[in-house]
Design a protein around this ligand. Structure first.
Ligand code: UGA
Length: 421
């Protein structure tokens, strides 16, 4: 199939690259000429494990352009993968979706054959049906369902393992208005053996939000249990193992610590809450999951103060700044509220992260960034905020460590406290 992917963020580019790997002809569209040039040179503008190899190995089947028209006119399916940034109130901003749909529809007006438009961007329930569909019909002059196809196909990719997640999915969700759109997407995904669930447009959108919010809630739940376990010195990880053996529960996403960060969970939780509010609903469970997550990193600080009541003038080390290991992404990283609180206390901060220091430096130039993890160990106390593999190699003997991610080796420290175990 000939596929256009609009937006070359990590979802768009991984989707495009994986479809090319599967033998399809892919054109990635982005307004950023620099990104376009890089992709055409086989260099991914974002870091994602394995992406460069796929781009290079499938150069004959994937190209990038800033020209929407040529891409769409020569393809059968267009995936919309543009960003939906958060507004101040947590709701999502549909500006890029709107621009892209109008642009696509205007091009489709000239097309004298059927074409399928697929929304892959994360949008709150009702957006494709009530916002995208009318725009598409209005600007293309075509009827959705007969002249043009429309589908909603959420992604479930984790940063860092997005390629294996794409190529080995648990499920594929197709929200669709008509059988031709469904059949086209089923054809595209026919190489996968996982279940394919066909729903209407809004249910597909809700599956994405419900999945992310559920996983975020699962993390906050185990953190709450962990906070209780701490009172009796119960090992929360053993509790998680015990719970996880129940197939109805499952062990995944039960690692307790300082909470979830990243570009997805916090944003999607906020968007669901804003959307619930708009619908005059009180989403209490999700609200609580967010409240637990906001407090969890501050617990690390409270524990630190138990050991060093007067933080002013002290040097505190932070190991890990990325929102999770194996990425340079610091969006909503739990290290951010920790750093903010430490700065307020008047501490000097020594920090180290194998990948995320350049990004963090832009936000907090006043920290001392160390060139090795060992350098951080000379601080008055060390906080572990991200579980990077290399932190397992350090010698923590004689140190004070307050652990936010449960690093087994750090238990050798002279003083060791886990945030919720
Ligand atoms: C998340 C989802 O896992 C993907 O399925 C989804 O497609 C993606 O969001 C998205 O919506 O695009 P991602 O944000 O890349 O993926 O990261 P995760 O690996 O899920 O981790 C999120 C946060 O939860 C991290 O800060 C991590 O440290 C934390 N976490 C995760 C825990 O605190 N405990 C756990 O047991 C698991």
């Amino acid at each position: 199939m000939r596929i256009t992917v609009i937006g070359t963020g990590y979802v768009g580019l991984v989707t495009g690259a994986c479809f090319a790997k599967l033998g399809h002809t892919v054109t990635c569209v982005d307004i950023d000429e620099e990104k376009v040039r890089k992709i055409n040179d086989g260099i991914p503008p974002i870091y994602e494990e394995g992406l460069e190899e796929i781009l290079k190995a499938n150069k004959n089947r994937i190209k990038a352009t800033a020209d929407h028209r040529s891409a769409i006119m020569s393809s059968d399916v267009t995936f919309i993968c543009v960003g939906t940034p958060s507004r101040k109130d947590g709701s999502i901003d549909l500006t890029f979706i709107k621009e892209t749909v109008i642009q696509t529809a205007t091009i489709l007006k000239e097309m004298n054959r059927w074409h399928l438009v697929v929304v892959k961007s994360t949008v709150v329930p009702g957006t494709t049906q009530n916002f995208v569909l009318p725009l598409l019909e209005q600007h293309s002059g075509k009827h959705v369902g007969t002249d043009v196809g429309l589908a909603m196909n959420p992604e479930f990719l984790k940063e860092g393992v997005a390629i294996p997640d794409f190529l080995n999915p648990d499920r594929i969700v197709i929200g669709s208005t008509d059988s031709k759109s469904t059949a086209t997407l089923k054809e595209l995904y026919k190489v996968f053996t996982c279940p394919i669930l066909v729903t209407n447009l809004s249910a597909a959108e809700m599956i994405k939000y419900a999945s992310n919010t559920f996983l975020a809630t699962k993390i906050s739940f185990i953190n709450e249990i962990g906070n209780l376990c701490k009172h009796l010195g119960i090992d929360t990880y053993q509790v998680a193992d015990g719970m996880g053996l129940d197939r109805r529960i499952g062990r995944a996403f039960l690692d307790s610590g300082i909470g979830y960060g990243g570009s997805c969970f916090p944003k999607d939780v906020n968007a669901l809450l804003a959307w619930a509010k708009k619908n005059k609903e009180n989403a209490r469970i999700t609200e609580s999951a967010r409240a637990v997550n906001n407090d969890q990193p501050l617990r690390l600080l409270r524990l630190l103060k138990k050991h060093i009541p007067k933080l002013r003038g002290k040097t505190i080390g932070i190991l890990g700044l990325a929102f999770k290991p194996n990425t340079d992404d610091i969006r909503e990283s739990r290290a951010i509220p920790i750093v903010q609180a430490l700065l307020k206390e008047g501490t000097t901060i020594k920090a180290y992260d194998p990948q995320a220091m350049p990004a963090f430096k832009k936000l907090y130039p006043q920290l001392t960034y160390c060139s090795t993890a060992e350098e951080v160990l000379s601080s008055d106390a060390i906080l572990i905020a991200t579980l990077w593999e290399e932190f397992t190699m350090l010698d923590y003997r004689g140190k004070t460590v307050i652990d936010g991610r449960r690093l087994e080796q750090a238990k050798n420290a002279q003083t060791y406290e886990g945030v919720c175990w």
